[in-house]
Ligand binder design. Structure first.
Ligand code: SF4
Ligand code: SF4
Length: 56
């Protein structure tokens, strides 16, 4: 399942180095490239605010 980042993101950057396909880009809110995400869940596991979650 593809992940995305909600507006709960505080731009802490913890998710980015955990992504095995390097599909997270930084910004005021971080962004996941949904074409590249393989749904491993690493970003969600490390996110302190619960912002990185599977798409509905
Ligand atoms: Fe990267 Fe995995 Fe998060 Fe997708 S679910 S953005 S592949 S860390
Ligand atoms: Fe945003 Fe969570 Fe990633 Fe931190 S770990 S940049 S709060 S999505």
């Amino acid at each position: 399942m593809v992940y995305h980042i909600t507006d709960e993101c505080i731009a802490c950057g913890q998710c980015q180095p955990e992504c095995p396909v390097d599909c997270i880009t930084e910004g005021d809110i971080y962004n996941i490239d949904q074409e590249a995400c393989i749904g491993c869940g690493n970003c969600g596991d490390v996110c302190p605010t619960g912002a990185a979650i599977p798409m509905e």
